[in-house]
Design a protein around this ligand. Sequence first.
Ligand code: DLL
Length: 434
Amino acid sequence: MFKYWNPNIERMPIEDLHKLQEDRLRSVVRFVYAHSDFYRQRFEEVGVVPEDIKELSDITKLPFTTKIDLRNTYPTGMFCLPGDWVVRYHVSSGTTGKPTVVGYTQGDVDMWTDSLARALTSIGLGRGDVIQVGYGYGLFTGGLGLHYGAEKIGATVLPIGAGNTERQIELMQDLGSTAIACTPSYFLHINEVAQKMGVSIRDDTKLKAGIFGAEPWSDETRRRIEEATGIKAYDIYGASEMSGPLFTECHLQNGIHIWADLFLIEAIDPKTGEHVEDGERGELVVTTLDKWAFPLIRYRMGDLTIVNNEPCECGRTHPRIMRILGRTDDMIIVRGINVFPSQVESVLMRIPEVGDNYQIIVDRKGPLDVMTVKVEVTESTFSDKISDLMTLSKMVGKELKNVLNITAEVELVEPGTIPRSMGKAQRVIDNRKV
Ligand code: DLL
């Protein structure tokens, strides 16, 4: 009934999967120790040699790596193979500091493609589908990643990239796109523009699935997208350091399947670095098991999630991560209280009068932090009486306070006034930074 790209691997009994991970972990540890001054030095600092890594639980003996290491070794200091092995670079700019560079051997590109072939198959796509790739092409991994994955499963790719929204809608209709891959915020914008053009995604296109990620989003946003357009909205996760987009939920939409033969994941307490209990929120840590130009050992992703090791009803035995709850570094601390943008989004998207766009602005007024949540209201709400808008604003403030435990100023704004983005949306503006 269910479709698999590689059933033997995807449904492998857990014991066999662990055995495979163990073998591969030993290999990658030996490999980085032999090929990289960076890793050898790191291992020496904590007094560990490859022979110390015998079983999976020995992974805790290995040191963590972070984005700071990547920046400090810019451009290619963490590569483990010489340049003539590298068939591709991707570069991620980030918001601060130096960019980070990732390199791929042909085998690494194939592994990445295979991971996405499994993922796209798991949401029911394949031959006969037309996949509109609306992620940026180029140095960003989203466009090319999805492109290769979609071709691999025999689907037809529409490589439009990000932007050119009216054209996206025209081609979606003319070429019969059945799936679109882009950021969820961009898809909301596409839907908005489609409505203005008099096009209903539900009735006038063949679109049935969205492959949405590269930025945080919530189940409430998923519900809105699905209700507004009639498509199924799937979460896709990945990061340039890991290759790019790699993993999605299956058609059951209950957690993102992480291919354990390719990546070994842990969840740690970001403060202590200790493993958290299964089912508890932690920072995702990734060790690559089949990636050679740029392997990662215990790389701290900075993403907070819950790991679920229960096999999925779809038959896949690999672990799942639940929706990314936020990043350790985009958590905002307002008057000493931790606020995750995802919490704000969940509250807002539950309120029907609230539109799809919002921004969180943090200022310092004197000694006090002030958080303003700027919220677009829907068209119909905007035409309501001022007194209704004031009631709405109070209600939004109260709901936010219930969840966040701090008071936020709520500013209701006209539909269409918060800037739209074609890629990752900027939801937080922190003016306190010096
Ligand atoms: O965003 C790769 C990607 C492309 C993923 C297309 C999905 C789709 P980076 O630019 O390196 O790579 O950013 C990676 O984006 O560590 C997360 O913080 C965030 N992120 C990615 N996917 C999700 C998601 C790509 N589904 C960083 N939910 C990651 C929440 C996500 N955050």
